[in-house]
Design a protein around this ligand. Structure first.
Ligand SMILES: *Cc1c(COP(=O)(O)O)cnc(C)c1O
Length: 390
């Protein structure tokens, strides 16, 4: 039974609730919209019902943006392994280090979760063409789910993006436009071209459903840890959908009685030294992040100079008593190699960055040896292998 009721401003600014059967992108005030559910009714939903459900992210469908009778567009995304990384943890004295291995999603990254949810809604709302700017992974996922949904897909990607990302968009039949600039420039172009043509824009947080896909990482973590949460979650942050989504998931699970209140993990936002708007705003005590000038990093998913949900990321980090850390590109590569060598796991530079942050927090005594830590390996190494050889 669907409990999806309405869309609401994430601030909230006080604007009236929106009917989710319509096409909505941002709140009229410019902030992202969030999907809301009848959580009072959801208290009758038992965790026991999950047993025997298909192991993908739609096992939480009661609190997903699906109406009765709708089936998701799915390629089997989600329910990725939570690996006890004993050998990697042992190198710094951590017994309870876990890697949530998102590289095993369709198209090799957790972007699959967000796009599966966004494109499922787009399909039912009657969209015919999906459009987005991307640094790589989001475009690959959007192209694959558009193909699965039998929708056209227009991808706008910086022309200096890595070759495998560009080619994989074409593999799934998307139309690719190479843009001379950053992802923010690609976004401007996609919006300009798409608005008169009625393209459905699935840019990060500009539509309300990618975050619903990514929040399932929070549900899975709780289920896989037997309805507890770790002491720390270390998350490489670009647009912040995963961070914001998991924080929302914890809130929902507390409200429906699946998790005890007040026992949330400390959330650590990891960024690249040469593109760290969230880290800078966190350190300065600011509520919004100033756009980063001259963003540059090998971690394409982190090359986001301005995040539209910046205040939501900062809110989650601060409410959790977490922190924000910037790491160098060089150290990310060492991180990828350490994860690969110790655990046999294929990590993108973003996953490597999370490991560097964990090492630093442990060395400075913030993470204690007995604490449980979850490293989010948000994508696999395959599309970035040039950074290893160069
Ligand atoms: C997009 C991306 C990120 C950043 O994700 P957000 O949830 O938008 O912050 C991190 N890692 C990889 C591999 C990505 O593709």
């Amino acid at each position: 039974m669907s409990l999806f009721t309405h869309l609401e401003c994430s601030i909230p600014c006080g604007a009236p609730a929106l009917d989710p059967h319509g096409r909505h992108f941002l709140c009229p005030c410019g902030a992202p919209l969030l999907a809301r559910y009848d959580l009072d009714k959801a208290t009758a939903w038992s965790r026991e019902t999950l047993r025997g459900r298909v192991p993908n992210m739609w096992r939480y469908r009661e609190l997903m943006p699906l109406f009765d009778g709708e089936e998701p567009i799915t390629l089997g995304e989600g329910f990725t392994p939570l690996v006890h990384a004993r050998a990697l943890g042992a190198t710094i004295g951590l017994d309870r280090l876990y890697i949530k291995d998102e590289s095993l999603n369709p198209t090799n990254s957790f972007k699959a979760r967000g796009q599966a949810a966004a494109i499922t809604r787009a399909k039912y709302i009657g969209a015919t063409t999906i459009a987005l700017p991307t640094a790589g992974n989001a475009g690959n996922a959007a192209a694959a789910y558009s193909a699965a949904a039998r929708l056209a897909c227009e991808v706008f990607i910086p022309k200096d993006a890595k070759r495998p990302f560009i080619d994989e968009c074409r593999l799934y039949g998307a139309n690719v436009t190479l843009v001379d600039g950053l992802i923010t420039d690609a976004g401007r172009l996609a919006a300009e071209k798409g608005a008169p043509l009625g393209w459905y824009d699935v840019s990060t947080l500009k539509e309300p459903y990618r975050i619903e896909g990514k929040k399932t990482m929070g549900y899975e973590l709780a289920e896989q840890m037997n309805w507890t949460l770790p002491d720390w979650i270390v998350y490489p942050t670009g647009g912040g959908t995963g961070m914001v989504g998991m924080w929302k998931a914890f809130d929902e699970m507390e409200r429906i009685g699946w998790l005890p209140r007040g026992k949330r993990p400390k959330m650590v936002s990891v960024q690249a030294e040469q593109c760290a708007p969230i880290v800078r705003a966190f350190q300065r005590g600011e509520e919004r992040a100033q756009p980063w000038e001259g963003a540059k990093t090998i971690a394409d998913g982190l090359r986001v100079p301005r995040a539209i949900g910046d205040f939501l990321i900062l809110r989650a980090v601060r409410e959790s008593c977490g922190t924000a850390i910037a790491v160098s590109d060089r150290s990310m590569i060492d991180g990828m190699l350490a994860i690969g060598k110790c655990q046999g796991i294929s990590a993108a530079p973003e996953g490597g960055a999370a490991w560097v942050a964990i090492q630093r927090l442990t060395a400075e005594g913030s993470i204690k040896p007995h604490e449980s830590v979850v490293l989010f390996n948000t994508g696999g190494a395959l599309k970035y292998l040039d950074v290893i050889s160069s």
